[in-house]
Design a protein around this ligand. Sequence first.
Ligand code: KG4
Ligand code: ZN
Length: 381
Amino acid sequence: MLVLGIESSCDETAAAVVADGTRILSNVVASQIKIHERFGGVVPELASREHLRKIAPVVDEACRQAGTTLQDIEAVAVTEGPGLIGSLLVGLVYGKAVALSLGKPLIGVNHLEGHIHAVLLHNTIERLAGKPVPAAGFPSVTLVASGGHTSLFRVDTDFAPGTGSPSFSYKMLGQTRDDAAGEAFDKVAKLLALGYPGGPAIDRLARHGNPSAVKFGRIRMKGNPLDFSFSGLKTAILYRVRGTPLASEAEERRTWRSESPDDVSLEELRAHCSQTTLDLVASFQRAVVTDLIERTLAAATGAGIWTLFVSGGVACNSLLRERFAKAGEEHGFNVFFASPRLSTDNAAMIAAAGYYKLAAGQRDDSSLNAHASFPLGNNPA
Ligand code: KG4
Ligand code: ZN
């Protein structure tokens, strides 16, 4: 079944064509980074305006690259939430219009469900290509860590009645109470004038810093120990910077960046950072990564589950990947990641998640609507 996936929940206008939930025929992402960069974060009004400009060309390009036409598409899967409402509406209405006008089945997909399916999709692609990787099975404990979300889910699979197709169920085990992990990376990078999005910049700069230089206390949670909170860490960084030479260094960097051409290289950026700044970002990154890994392992151990999925933009982080792989080896967990391209927002993950819903007989109709808040799975007991 050829599924057209559409994703527009935040600042990427994305469309993809995926066959049978397993083969990516195209995966087009129009990023708005250049538009939001100078604000150090996504500006919702600008995001929806840009989605409006891009949605039709991006869907056309996805069809062109897949060597297909909208008429040949067999179903449309579109992100219905959570996300920025103005952004979501653009993709949702476009997807709905394509499906209804051509008489194709339509299915709404939760963005977080898409991130979870990105890991399964990547694993399936690798195995179909003959790579000697273990099969990503269920139940799994999945960490979704992105700019908008930091959540832990237990994912189970069963067969949808009468179809022989797998169906998936999700139980939310924990979530952030304030900032998302990616948001913390972005805000710290903004404070230190390291560029936007902050995660990739901090990831690269941290390799040149000492992660033990600054000791941040463990993040303690009252109530559900599988919840996250990164705002305290962000504030701790603010106090270490405000009124110190690090603040004037960041101001100089801000001026230098505003006068520089669009793209500055890592080497140039590094040359504008003192060792103290590099040590601070390395220590910050280690604190976030340690917290993400410890809570994920605690969730898995508590549930007696040995399969871990890690997804969302923060799953691109090199220290996170390294440390998860090591923890997996040490404690006997099978850890699965998606490729970096499938970890950040994309529509192939939406098409793949939608495929399983469609194969299980689910359909949406013209009443499908967008939801800024759209929890996946039931809340922790
Ligand atoms: O999944 P995503 O593309 O969009 C959302 O659903 O939010 O995630 C984007 C987030 C940004 O906050 C970005 O800074 C972060 O992922 N990110 C990273 C890295 N690459 C992207 N964070 C840490 N290390 C990275 N290498
Ligand atoms: Zn996302």
